[in-house]
Design a protein around this ligand. Sequence first.
Ligand SMILES: Cc1cc2nc3c(=O)[nH]c(=O)nc-3n(C[C@H](O)[C@H](O)[C@H](O)COP(=O)(O)O)c2cc1C
Length: 183
Amino acid sequence: MKVAAFVGSPKPDGVTDAVVRQVLSGVEDKGADSAVFHIGLLHIMGCHACMKCRNTGVCVLDDDMKPLFEELRKADCIILGTPIYFYYMTAQMKAFTDRLFSLIGEGFKSKLGPKRSVFVVTQGADDPELFSSQIESMRKAWGMAGLDIIETVQACAFESAEEVMEDEELMRKAFLAGQDLCR
Ligand SMILES: Cc1cc2nc3c(=O)[nH]c(=O)nc-3n(C[C@H](O)[C@H](O)[C@H](O)COP(=O)(O)O)c2cc1C
């Protein structure tokens, strides 16, 4: 089994990455192969709405998203991680998400999935309910593209990767989410 993780933070060693890596520890514990892609560090344009993919199924834009389409196809399961930026996903994660348009076919049916997925969301605010509607809307958006979020791991008000890794309960939850993904 192959699991691909896509991290939308521009910080490759931040809180989101630390939690995603813990989910991947659970994945690896189950013997699955894993790979992490830091989309926050890549050059991914937003969708240009040319609609060419409606006929071909292939996005015409030539940037760092190109190899990620192949990674999405190859993976049996997916992990998506993003910090909350201004009440939503980061701009980098939104560009990645909009580009999934080419994977949606007739009647909004996904050509990719459904693929079991875990969502890692991190935020500065300590209230876990504050972004409930946004989290639900991200789940629906990815669901349309065939990424079926079976579990969400939420990290609130952590300043650093070191700090979040000290939270034993959260780390256990993230680890179990990874194991569960490979069921
Ligand atoms: C530009 C920017 C916007 C942010 N907007 C919010 C926000 O609306 N709500 C919130 O709770 N935290 C917000 N944060 C805090 C991050 O979500 C939080 O620090 C997160 O854990 C960072 O994850 P990272 O270390 O993986 O980058 C913002 C941070 C930045 C840099």
